[in-house]
Write a protein that binds this ligand. Structure first.
Ligand code: ADP
Length: 211
């Protein structure tokens, strides 16, 4: 087992760019994935302290009668009320970050993927060794998101507006996957990145004084 912490590849991209699809392709190759969204969802399970705090600040009407979070309502609130968004982030982001750090410390992988839609916008940024951006032309991004979520173009535009602009995100990229082609093309790029990360992680382990 390695004594070094894993090399961390932060994976990010705009809504509908293909992050989940790319993560699934890496996972099929046995790569460990830490998914910030999944951690966030688990944190606000019914009865959790984080959910109680959210409700205390943002209102009881975010709950269903049986005490679960109405995600759609929270999403709407966050996209229409900047103050509410900042309050929700102040509660959830430090908890998500702490859970991510625990997962990294417990990992025995030589490298792993930390998938976070707001990787660059948030402090999660400081945890990663490389940034892999999944990039898609905006027209395709909107079309794929609308088909997946049955949402309107307007809704997708609104979400894109609070995310980092595409060009700015790309300036932070160490690596880029261009998701403008078909799934076979995407799979080919994932295979190439996988090989590269395997090599980089092993070189890093072998150069380590601890190895
Ligand atoms: P994200 O996780 O970034 O929001 P997803 O991975 O869910 O994006 O991709 C958005 C939608 O586009 C999904 O329905 C997915 O199946 C589809 N998709 C992603 N990449 C491709 C591709 N190369 N060709 C066709 N459909 C794709």
């Amino acid at each position: 087992m390695s004594q070094l912490r894993p090399m961390i590849v932060g994976l990010t991209g705009g809504i509908g760019s293909g992050k989940t699809t790319v993560c699934n392709m890496f996972a099929e190759r046995g790569v460990e994935i830490i998914d910030a969204d999944q951690i966030g969802r688990a944190l606000v399970a019914p009865g959790s302290i984080a959910l109680q705090q959210l409700i205390a600040l943002l209102g009881q009407d975010l709950l269903t009668p049986d005490g679960a979070l109405q995600r759609q309502r929270l999403r709407h609130l966050i996209f229409t009320d900047v103050h509410a968004r900042h309050q929700a982030e102040a509660i959830l982001h430090p908890l998500i970050r702490a859970a991510i750090i625990r997962r990294i410390n417990d990992s025995s992988s030589s490298w792993l993927i930390l998938a976070a839609p707001l990787l660059i916008e948030s402090k999660t940024y400081a945890l990663v060794d490389r940034i892999l951006v999944v990039d898609t032309d905006e027209t395709l991004q909107i079309q794929r998101t609308c088909e997946r979520d049955h949402s309107s173009e307007d809704e997708v535009h609104r979400i894109m507006q609070i995310q980092l602009p595409r060009n700015e995100r790309l300036t932070h990229a160490t690596d880029i996957i261009h998701n403008n082609g078909d799934l076979a093309n995407l799979q080919q790029q994932v295979a190439e990145h996988f090989e590269r990360y395997e090599k980089l992680a092993h070189a890093r382990q072998n150069n380590s004084p601890a190895s």
